[in-house]
Every structure is written in C-alpha cells, then in structure tokens.
Design a protein around this ligand. Structure first.
Ligand code: URP
Ligand code: ZN
Ligand code: ZN
Ligand code: ZN
Length: 463
C-alpha cells in the first residue's frame, strides 16, 4: 500500500507530461498512466502541476548578527519553506572568528536538529582562514558532507576575507571537490562610501543603495572570476543583482571558467522605487546587494533563460522592523542586512516568470530544483521526478491565488517585502520523502520530519 498522485501534469527540467506517480516508502516507485491503484491512498491532482520539491540553496536561519539573531529559526523558516513548496534548504552554517569549522558546523547541527520541517544541508561560511582551518577542508567534504563553502568579499571587520585568503580557499576547494559560493561586493569601497555618506549626513535607510552601487558588485565578481580561472576552482556568485555583474559572469563563462551564478526573487520582481520613502520604512529593503533600478530585471530574466544564471534562491535572512532593523534607526549602516522570502520563491517565480512568459515551466523547475540539486551534490536523489528519486513532490494548483502579506505569511517576521503582491498558484499538497507534510495549503505533519543531507563532492569536470 502506497500513495498515488493521480491526474496531474508532471514537470521536470526537460519534460512536461500527464502521468500518475506511485510513492513507495520514501521514494518515487513508478510513473505511468495506468498504475494499479488497489489498496493505495489516492491524492487527486487533476488540473494541477506536479513539480519536484523546490531546493532553496541560500537561507540564513537562526543566524546571530551582533547581539541579535534572525527572526526565523529552523522551525519557523522551514515551516514557511514547505508551505511554499520548498522541501530542501541549504543553510549557511557559519564559522565565526576563532572557531574551527567543526565547531561552526556543530553549532548549526544543534540549531537544526529536530526542528526542521524540510530536509537540509549546510554550506560552511568561513570567516577565519589559517593553516589549521585549511587542514579541516578534507574532513568537511569527505566526512561532514559539506561540499560547498561561502566566502564574503564584504562586511569588513566581520565576515570579509582578503584576497590572499580567498585565493588559498579556492585552491583547497578545487582539491577537495568543494564549490565556493561568494558574496561579491567590494567591502573596502563600501566602507569608503559609507564614510562619505555619513559626512554628508545621509544616514536614513534610503541612502543604503548609494553605499553599494552596481560597480561595487561587478568589481568583486570580476576579481572572483579571475581567481577562479587562475586556480581552476568552481565558484558560484550568490545573489547576483545587476546587469554589470551578469555581463562579467557571461564573459567568464564564455572563456570556459567554471563560474555559476544565483539570483533571487527580490532582484527579479522589485525595483529601487522601494527606496523612495525618506522615512524608516525602507529599512525593510536594507539588504545587500540592494534592490536595483528596474532596467536590470529584464537582463536577469534573460540571464535565467540563456543559462548565464543557474539557480534562483531567496537569501532568506529575516529581521523584524521593530526591535531589530530599528537598531539602525539613526544610521543605515547599523541596520541588520537581509529580508524574508523562503515561503514565496515558487509563487513569485511562477507568477512573474512562468505566467508572464519570461520562463518556461521546464526552466522554472530547472532553476528552482534541478540545477541546485546538481550544483550542490544532491542529484538525482533530489531535484527531479523519476523512479528511485526521493518522493519530494509539490502539487501546484494555479487556480488558487494568494495575496502576500505579513498578516498571513508563515515567516516569523513583522513585515513582508512583497506586501500586497498577488501570487498566482499555490502549493496545495507537498510531500517530503513520501510523507505528506502540506495538505490543502496547510501543514499536516506533527513533528518536523526534515533530515540532514550529506552531499556529494563537486565533480572534477563540469556538471
Ligand atoms: O542582506 C543580506 N543579503 N543579508 C544576508 C547575508 C548575505 O549577505 O547573504
Ligand atoms: Zn551575501
Ligand atoms: Zn545570504
Ligand atoms: Zn512573507
């Protein structure tokens, strides 16, 4: 006895076809049009699409920043994820200064264990690089199942690494099959721009984007791609936000460099008019990189279609306006950076991508599930609908409309950057390794069922 999803249209990165799916245990047992249904639970999926469970490769749950922590921990963040059709997140475990990688990772295992409603893996964010840390890199990849790291070229005096450390990390990552994800913004230039704005008395949150113009991002992307070329290490530019960086990545890809790139819904659907308000309200959009001028959006959508951009992740990093973002009421540079979004990735991309004819259905699945699985060592266990793959499945009903609002979202945060926007379609039923976790748009599982995912190394050549 198993479960049959009956009458839906299956979408993968390559195909879109009508068929039923039989779930057996935690995996997909069979796909076909005349599956014997005797003794099975049948879930009616007529009129719905069935997508592989979404993979959000960029979240920050329970991240300490200064004296506070993000508003969403693993419980609330992962609940929001499955409600939105994301069944796997890869969260940024962080090694703070003075810690070993093992200590940083242990801390994140403690944060997530028993609390996550979706499956989860970790990237290791490295803030402190020395010979001792270098010796932990083979353990990280071979034993801990962490086959990606994150480096910051910004956030000076906190997370930022200098070029020497960056270069050395890349050399180690190439050796151990680790993909290096990089926050590309030139932190030294940003410090100078902030100083100038401070001298001019421009400290309201609407001035945040002036401290981080596109060139600051492009310069860092370029520096990274050159280092990737020199070391032969595969790299991924996270949260790419503007045309300038896109062109830099395109040129590097054309030279054959193993550079991959991620963008986020906020850069695809929001524009810099969010900073028009001179008051504190635009602290909601104090994220890095900042939201860009509208003209960038078309370039990013095209980048997704042509493959310059490989994946879409949220960079979910939530802080309440009250009591958290407020810490920078008198100085935007003290506002904790980040915004929520893990719940709305599929909905926003479906509405403003697929329905607006900017992405095909197969491209949608590719960017939200298949490519993240391939890049981060989870394919074909995750990221596709095929016999033997985990039965992580999303039944998507486009006849349902959702109006995004802080008053109804599952994020544990007091605002939504997408307040009032309409989402066409909803994840009505969601399955995680064969078990139904969302039914009729509501959580239907008692205890969190998410498991830690040991990921495979990055292949030596191509993906
Ligand atoms: O503003 C952002 N993106 N905060 C989250 C941390 C990061 O830079 O990815
Ligand atoms: Zn970042
Ligand atoms: Zn981030
Ligand atoms: Zn929300």
């Amino acid at each position: 006895m198993g479960t049959i999803l009956r009458g839906g249209t299956i979408v993968t990165d390559a195909d879109c076809y009508a068929a039923d799916i039989r779930i057996g245990g935690e995996q997909i047992a069979a796909i076909g049009s005349n599956l014997d249904q005797t003794g099975d639970d049948v879930v009616a999926a007529e009129g719905c699409y069935i997508f592989p469970g979404g993979i959000d490769a960029h979240t920050h749950f329970d991240l300490p920043v200064g004296n506070i922590a993000t508003a969403d921990d693993f419980a609330s963040g992962s609940r929001a994820a499955i409600l939105g059709g994301t069944t796997t997140v890869i969260d940024y475990a962080t090694q703070f200064k003075g810690e070993t990688l093992r200590q940083g990772l242990d801390n994140w295992h403690r944060r997530a264990a028993g609390k996550s409603y979706c499956d989860y893996g970790f990237h290791m964010a490295i803030s402190d690089w020395n010979d001792k840390i270098a010796r932990e890199m083979s353990w990280l990849s071979d034993e801990a199942g962490v086959t990606s790291v994150k480096l910051y070229m910004a956030y000076k005096n906190a997370m930022q690494l200098d070029d020497s450390a960056l270069f050395q990390v890349l050399e180690h990552c190439r050796e151990y099959g680790i993909l290096t994800c990089v926050h590309c913004e030139n932190g030294d230039i940003i410090e100078n721009l902030i100083r100038q704005l401070r001298q001019a008395g421009k400290l309201a949150p609407c001035f945040h984007p002036l401290s981080r113009p596109p060139q600051v991002e492009q310069e860092a992307v370029n520096r990274l791609t050159v280092m990737a070329e020199m070391t032969g290490a595969p790299v991924l530019v996270v949260h790419l936000s503007c045309r300038e960086s896109l062109e830099t990545v395109a040129a590097a890809k054309a030279r054959g460099t193993r550079v991959f790139a991620e963008t986020c819904p906020q850069y695809l659907v929001l524009d810099d008019s969010v900073y028009q308000d001179a008051g504190f309200d635009c602290a909601k959009y104090v994220i890095s990189p900042p939201i860009r001028a509208k003209a960038n959006q078309e370039h990013l959508w095209k980048g997704l279609r042509t493959g310059i951009l490989d994946i879409v992740a949220t960079d979910h990093c939530s802080f309440n306006l009250q009591g958290q973002k407020e810490l920078g009421r008198d100085d935007f540079s003290k506002i904790p950076n980040g915004a929520p979004g893990v719940e709305h990735r599929l909905g926003l991309l479906y509405t403003y991508g697929v329905k607006a004819r900017k992405l095909s259905l197969t491209q949608f699945v590719d960017k939200l599930a298949t490519q993240p699985a391939k890049l981060f060592g989870l394919y074909p266990q995750k990221g596709t609908i095929a016999p033997g793959s985990d039965a992580d499945l999303v039944v998507w009903d486009e006849r349902r409309q959702v109006t995004i609002s802080a008053s109804s979202h599952a994020h544990n945060v007091d605002y939504s950057p997408y307040e009032g926007m309409t989402q066409q379609g909803q994840a009505v039923h969601v399955f995680l390794r064969g078990r139904q976790v969302v039914k009729d748009g509501k959580i239907c599982t008692g205890n969190p069922q998410g498991q830690y995912l040991f990921r495979k190394p990055f292949p030596q050549k191509g993906v």
